[in-house]
Design a protein around this ligand. Structure first.
Ligand SMILES: Nc1ncnc2c1ncn2[C@@H]1O[C@H](COP(=O)(O)OP(=O)(O)OP(=O)(O)O)[C@@H](O)[C@H]1O
Ligand SMILES: [Mg+2]
Length: 470
C-alpha cells in the first residue's frame, strides 16, 4: 500500500478554520498541507511553490468559488479539486459536478479530507501515480469525481498551451432561434481567418446530440460522428475493466466514471471522427446518425471528449447546443471561454434568456463570458433594444449583438452553402462577422486577412484570467 502523503493546498479566507485544519492534519499519514491561500492574488504562487496534488477550495472575498474551481480545473487538470461549500454556495454543486470537482459542505472536517486522501491512495495506476477519487463515499455528497489526469506525470504545473485556443459555445434556451445557423456561420468565419499567414484550424462540434443539424446545414455526411468516438472510448473502457478480471455488464455508472478518469486519449484522436467541409477546410464533429445512439452518450464520454478537445490542435472550437439544460449543454457552457446566447426579439425567447441569465447569475457564472445576440431582428420590432437590455439587466457597457432577419438565410440553409461563402447581398453577413470579431478580439488586431469591417478594442480580461495566463 502506498503511504505517500498527498500535498494539500488549503484555500479559504477563514484563517481560523485553516489553522484548525492544519493542526488536525499535522499528524496525518495521508495528507501534508503544502500551503494556504487567503487571497486569489496569492494562488498562482502557492500552486507553483507547493505543487499540490489536492486543493481544497473554500470561500474568498475577491472571487467566486465556482469560477475559482473552474479556473483551477482548466489550468491544472491534474490537481484533484475539492470545493468546500457553505450553505450560501450550495447552488454551485451541479455546476461543480460537471467540472469534475468534489463537493463537501462546510464546516470541513479534517477526517473528510483524510478519507479522500485514503481513497486517492487506493486508486493508483500501475505506475504508482495518483488517480482521481471516484465514488462519493464521504458522507457529504461528492460531486463529479472524474476528469482527465496526466498519468505517469507527477503533480507538476501543466504545460502552457503553445498557442491561443478559443472555446466558444453557442446556446439559446429556446428552439429554432438560430443557434445552428450562427454556429455554422461563425465556424466558417473563423475558418476563413488567417493568422501569421496560416488559416485557423477550426472545429465545429454538434452537442445537440439527438436532433443536431450542423452536418445537414453544411451538406455533410454524418459519418464518422461523435457516436463512433464514444464507441471507441467504450471499447477502451471495457478493455480496462476486463483486464481487472471484471465483467463489464456488472460495472455501475459511477465506476465507469472512475475508469474513464484513468483513460487518456490522444488529442490527435479527434481527427478520426471529424468530417471536413471541403470549401472552407472546417472540421465538423457531427451528432450521431441514429437518434437512439445519442441515448448511449453519457456524461463521462462528454467530459473525456471535451478534455481531449481542449488539448487538441484546433485554434477555435465552436460548440452548437440544444435548447435544454442536459449534461451536454451544461458541460458545453462550462467548458467554453465564450458563450453566445442567442434569442429572437419575441417575448418567449426573451423570457427564456432572462430566466437562464438569472440562473447563471445566481450560480455566479462569470457573465463577462456571455455575449447576447438577438437574431432575426426586423426593421420594426415590438420591443426596442433598450427595453430588451433593461429586461436582461445588462450592464450599460455590455454590447447587445443583433443579426437582421434575412431572407437569404433560409436559402443558405436549404442549399447547405453558408452565408459567408455565398455570393450576393446579405444583411446578416456583416453582422455575423462583427460578432465573430468580438468573440476573438485578437483576430481583428493580428490577422493578415479578414472579413471587412471595423475592428474592436480587446475587452478587459478578468483579473483571474490574467493571473492564470501569466
Ligand atoms: N437571421 C435570420 N434570418 C432569417 N432566417 C433565419 C435567421 N436565423 C435563422 N433563421 C431561420 O430559422 C430557422 C431555425 O434556425 P436554426 O436551425 O439555426 O435554429 P436553432 O436555434 O439551431 O434550432 P434548434 O433549437 O432546433 O436547434 C432556420 O431554418 C433558418 O432559416
Ligand atoms: Mg440547432
Amino acid at each position: 500500500m502506498n503511504t505517500e502523503r498527498r500535498r494539500l493546498l488549503l484555500i479559504d479566507q477563514d484563517v481560523v478554520m485553516i489553522s484548525e485544519l492544519k493542526q488536525k492534519l499535522a499528524e496525518s499519514e495521508h495528507l501534508a498541507v503544502c500551503g494556504e491561500v487567503q487571497r486569489s492574488d496569492d494562488l498562482l504562487q502557492a500552486i507553483q511553490r507547493g505543487q499540490p496534488e489536492v486543493v481544497m477550495v473554500g470561500s474568498l472575498t475577491d472571487v467566486d468559488l465556482g469560477f475559482l474551481c473552474q479556473q483551477i480545473r482548466f489550468f491544472y487538470p491534474q490537481i484533484v479539486c475539492i470545493a468546500a461549500c457553505s450553505v450560501r454556495e450550495s447552488h454551485w454543486e451541479p455546476f461543480l459536478r460537471n467540472l469534475g470537482v468534489w463537493v463537501i459542505s462546510k464546516p470541513v472536517q479534517a477526517a473528510q479530507l483524510e478519507m479522500m486522501a485514503v481513497h486517492l491512495s487506493r486508486n493508483h495506476d500501475l505506475t504508482g501515480q495518483p488517480s482521481l477519487p471516484s465514488t462519493p463515499t464521504l458522507g457529504q455528497q461528492a460531486a463529479g469525481s472524474w476528469g482527465t489526469i496526466d498519468q505517469g506525470m507527477p503533480a507538476t504545473l501543466p504545460p502552457k498551451p503553445s498557442k491561443e485556443k478559443h472555446l466558444i459555445t453557442v446556446y439559446g434556451p429556446k428552439g429554432g432561434v438560430g443557434k445552428t445557423f450562427l454556429s455554422r456561420e461563425l465556424a466558417i468565419f473563423f475558418s476563413l481567418q488567417k493568422v501569421n499567414g496560416r488559416r485557423l484550424k477550426v472545429l465545429a462540434v454538434d452537442f445537440n446530440l439527438d436532433l443536431g443539424t450542423i452536418a445537414t446545414s453544411l451538406n455533410l455526411a454524418r459519418r464518422p460522428n461523435l457516436y463512433n468516438w464514444v464507441q471507441n472510448i467504450d471499447e477502451q473502457l471495457i478493455e480496462m475493466v476486463k483486464k481487472e478480471g471484471r465483467d463489464p455488464t456488472e460495472v455501475a455508472h459511477g465506476e465507469w466514471q472512475e475508469y474513464s478518469a484513468l483513460l487518456r486519449l490522444s488529442p490527435e484522436d479527434v481527427e478520426q471522427y471529424v468530417v471536413t467541409h471541403p470549401e472552407s477546410g472546417l472540421h465538423v464533429l457531427t451528432s450521431p446518425r441514429d437518434i437512439r445512439h445519442s441515448f448511449e452518450i453519457k456524461d463521462y464520454h462528454l467530459y473525456i471528449i471535451l478534455e481531449t478537445l481542449k488539448q487538441s490542435e484546433y485554434d477555435v472550437i465552436l460548440i452548437d447546443t440544444a435548447p435544454d439544460t442536459t449534461d451536454a449543454t451544461i458541460q458545453a457552457l462550462f467548458f467554453a471561454e465564450r458563450v453566445v446566447m442567442v434569442g429572437n426579439p419575441v417575448v418567449d425567447a426573451i423570457e427564456n434568456i432572462q430566466r437562464m441569465l438569472k440562473l447563471l447569475r445566481e450560480a455566479d457564472y462569470p457573465e463577462e463570458r456571455i455575449e447576447i445576440c438577438m437574431n432575426r431582428l426586423q426593421r420594426k420590432e415590438m420591443f426596442t433594444l433598450e427595453e430588451i437590455r433593461a429586461y436582461f439587466q445588462l450592464h450599460p457597457g455590455k454590447e447587445l449583438y443583433t443579426i437582421p432577419d434575412d431572407a437569404e438565410v433560409k436559402r443558405t440553409i436549404n442549399t447547405g452553402i453558408p452565408l459567408l461563402l455565398a455570393s450576393g447581398r446579405s444583411a446578416a453577413r456583416e453582422a455575423v462577422a462583427e460578432l465573430g470579431r468580438s468573440l476573438i478580439p485578437s483576430l481583428a488586431e493580428r490577422q493578415d486577412e479578414r472579413v471587412e469591417g471595423k475592428s474592436r478594442k480587446p475587452k478587459e480580461r478578468s483579473f483571474l484570467f490574467k493571473l492564470f495566463q501569466r
